[in-house]
Design a protein around this ligand. Structure first.
Ligand code: COA
Length: 328
C-alpha cells in the first residue's frame, strides 16, 4: 500500500522581477545571475499570500485529480513563510476549500519540505490511517529576502504547488532522509517580517533588522548540496534494490542550475533526465518540486509507469530522496 499521486496543481503570482530589476536594487547583472544560478526571473507576491497561493494550487490539484474537498482526510502544508502562525496554513486551506473531513497541519523543513510532506502522507496512507491526502508546498520567500543582499536576493521567488494522493495497493518505495542540525548555521532566518509582497521600489527602502531575513553561506550550501544529493539518491536506489537505469526523471529541488548539473554529472546521468524550471521561478523552497511536477504532468511529459526520483535539500540542514511511480 502507498500514496499514489492522482492530481497536481500549481500557482505563481503574475508579477515578476527579472534579473535587470534585481540589478536596480543591488550591484549585480543579468549575465552574472544567469551564469552562476540559471535564474532569469522570479514571481513575487503582490496581494497574494502563502495561504492564498496554497489554496489556488490545491484547487487546481483537486480539479486535476477529480477529487472533491469532502474526500480529503489529510491536508499537509509545507512552508517556512506562512503569513499566519495560528491557525496553521493547512487549516486555512481547509476552511477555503470546505474540506471539513480533513486533519490539517503544517510541516517546516525548508527546501526538503515537499519530499517530507510526501513521505509523511504516504506513510499515513500506507498505514491505513487515511485514504486521501492533499499535500502542498507554498512559499512567499520575498518576505524573508533581504533585497540589499546580493548573495541571496538573486535566488529566491514565490509560488505554490500541490498534489493529491490516494491510498492504492501499489509498491511503497522506502525514502531516505537526513538532517544535520550542527551545520544549520549555513542558512538561517531568525524571525519573520511580513512585507506584504515587496515591490522593488519598496524593497529598496525597506529598513528591517537583518535578522528578519534569510542569511546564507552560499558556498557552504552549494558544496553540501552537490555532495549530499547524489549520495542520498544512491542510498534511496540501494534501499529499494533499484538501479539508476530504472529512474526516468530526477525532479530535484530547483535551487541553482549548477547544482542540478553537478548532481547529474556525479551520477553520470544525462542532464535530460533532470527537468528544470528555476529559470522562470528562482528557488521557491518547498514549492519548487510540486510546481515542476505539475508542469510536467500538464505538458504530458509524465507517463504511467515511469519512476520519478524526487530529491530535496536545504536549511536545517535537511536532505532526502524518495521514489514515486507515476499513475495519472
Ligand atoms: N552579483 C555579482 N557579483 C556577486 C554576486 C552577485 N549577485 N554575489 C556575489 N558576487 C561576487 C562576490 O562578491 C565575489 O566577488 P570577489 O571574487 O570579488 O570576492 C564573487 O562574486 C564570487 O562570490 P561567491 O560567493 O564565491 O559566488 P558563487 O559562485 O559561490 O555564487 C551563489 C554565489 C549564492 C550563487 C552560490 O554560492 C550558490 O548558488 N550557492 C547555493 C545557494 C543555494 O542554492 N541556496 C539554497 C539552497 S536550498
Amino acid at each position: 500500500m502507498t500514496g499514489i499521486i492522482c492530481g497536481t496543481g500549481s500557482y505563481a503570482p503574475s508579477y515578476t522581477m527579472d534579473n535587470n530589476d534585481i540589478a536596480k536594487l543591488v550591484e549585480t547583472s543579468d549575465e552574472w545571475i544567469q551564469e552562476r544560478t540559471g535564474v532569469v526571473r522570479r514571481h513575487i507576491i503582490q496581494g497574494e499570500t502563502t495561504v492564498s497561493m496554497a489554496c489556488e494550487a490545491a484547487k487546481r490539484a483537486l480539479d486535476n485529480a477529480e477529487v472533491t474537498p469532502e474526500e480529503i482526510d489529510l491536508i499537509l502544508v509545507s512552508t517556512i513563510s506562512s503569513n499566519v502562525i495560528l491557525p496553521c496554513a493547512a487549516c486555512e486551506v481547509q476552511k477555503e476549500l470546505g474540506a471539513m473531513n480533513a486533519t490539517c497541519f503544517d510541516l517546516s523543513a525548508a527546501c526538503t519540505g515537499f519530499v517530507l510532506a510526501y513521505n509523511t502522507a504516504a506513510a499515513y496512507l500506507a498505514g491505513g490511517i487515511y485514504k486521501t491526502a492533499l499535500i502542498i508546498g507554498s512559499e512567499s520567500l520575498s518576505n524573508l529576502t533581504n533585497w540589499k543582499d546580493r548573495g541571496t536576493c538573486i535566488l529566491f521567488g514565490d509560488g505554490a504547488g500541490a498534489a493529491v494522493l490516494k491510498a492504492e495497493d501499489q509498491k511503497f518505495y522506502l525514502p531516505v532522509t537526513h538532517s544535520d542540525g550542527l551545520k544549520g548555521v549555513a542558512l538561517t532566518c531568525k524571525s519573520r517580517h511580513d512585507c506584504n509582497g515587496l515591490t522593488s521600489e519598496i524593497a529598496a527602502e525597506s529598513l528591517v533588522d537583518e535578522a528578519h531575513f534569510m542569511q546564507m553561506d552560499g558556498q557552504a550550501v552549494f558544496k553540501f548540496a552537490v555532495k549530499k544529493v547524489p549520495e542520498v539518491i544512491r542510498e534511496a536506489l540501494k534501499r529499494n534494490k533499484m538501479t539508476q537505469e530504472e529512474i526516468d526523471w530526477y525532479i530535484l529541488h530547483q535551487a541553482n542550475r549548477r547544482i542540478v548539473e553537478a548532481v547529474a554529472k556525479r551520477l553520470e546521468e544525462p542532464i535530460e533526465k533532470f527537468p528544470m524550471n528555476l529559470q522562470e521561478y528562482g528557488n521557491t523552497s518547498s514549492a519548487s518540486i510540486p510546481i515542476l511536477l505539475d508542469e510536467m504532468n500538464r505538458t504530458g511529459k509524465l507517463k504511467a509507469g515511469q519512476k520519478i526520483m524526487m530529491a530535496g535539500f536545504g536549511a536545517g540542514l535537511t536532505w532526502g530522496a524518495t521514489i514515486i511511480e507515476w499513475h495519472s
